[in-house]
Design a protein around this ligand. Sequence first.
Ligand code: SF4
Length: 377
Amino acid sequence: MEPRHAYVHVPFCRHRCGYCDFSLVAGRDDLIDRYFAALAVELERVREPLDLDTLYLGGGTPSHLGPDGLRRLFDLLHVKLRPVAGAEVSIECNPEDVTAALAEAALACGVTRASLGAQSLDAATLRALDRSHAADDVRRTVALLGERGLAVNVDLMTAAPGQSLDAVERDLDAAIAIGPQHVSVYCLTWEKGTAFEGLRRTGALAAADEGDERAMFEAAIDRLEAAGYEHEEVSNFARPGHRCRHNEAYWDCRPWEAFGPGAARFDGRTRITNHRSPVTWMNRVLTGDDVTGDVDAMDAEAAARERLVVGLRRRAGVERAAFRAASGLDLDDLAAPAITRWVVQGLATDDGATIRLTRAGLLVSDSLWADVLLPKG
Ligand code: SF4
């Protein structure tokens, strides 16, 4: 089955935020022409143009390319990646990049949805997160995109250095007040090799304690649900009718294509990830070398176990019959002991047809997956 979903990684940012370990170069706009040349070559991997239901441009910061760069990028992509009528086309944006000209260019390129790396609307938290935009940039940008009919997602981060529960609650209220169709809430993770992790090791920065992290997550669920957002997946909240269809394709484990450094494509069984260094990826593509960084080839059981984990992250949970139809395997053969244990502990409910994590389960969900992916005995 040809994929109907595609991801394109745009690895450029103005500066690297201290917590970020994504595949990108900062302050290297001299590489943009080379990136376009490499992307054109990588797209040749697709023999016939793909009809797409969703196309997602992430990064890095696609909006860093500016209006002309965006038009150039879409001209290149449209040769092989063809969103069908009614498709969802998303781009990630940084608030400081979004101008009327950029929004107009995005619309002209067929973009329907912007995902805004806001992280916070509080000056102290933005400083603590090493972000280069101001809270007013977020407000201005959401209004500017909304006026042009683009759906908007706002990314928020919790557990930033020094951030209190009060500050998280104020951020949630401020985000709700500007009216995005979708909100994603992520807890700061301290990735190896980042500036933040180095500062944490010296004691200059401290991570929030686990109890505070959970309270922040619960505040996000309470406030966003009270404001009319549906909690669709651990980190994602959407107004009715505004779920991200690209995310849903990932969560349904449908096949997708992916291009660019660090981009991972999936055919339903095997995930192939490109080399994550932007410079190495460009050099290898342009010299005809293999750009594969990692191959995760799953057998039917491993793929089914992954499907179960991804499905349980959704509030709708996993329906036994649908799971069997999609994976060919019986959910209880894979995970009955874990599910029974979770139900007894109040971490999941099971009505015989569908298994869902409870709020208590969602709060500790990352610690549950090993029970499904690596079953004991
Ligand atoms: S803007 Fe986003 S992708 Fe770029 S460095 Fe900051 S967190 Fe990373």
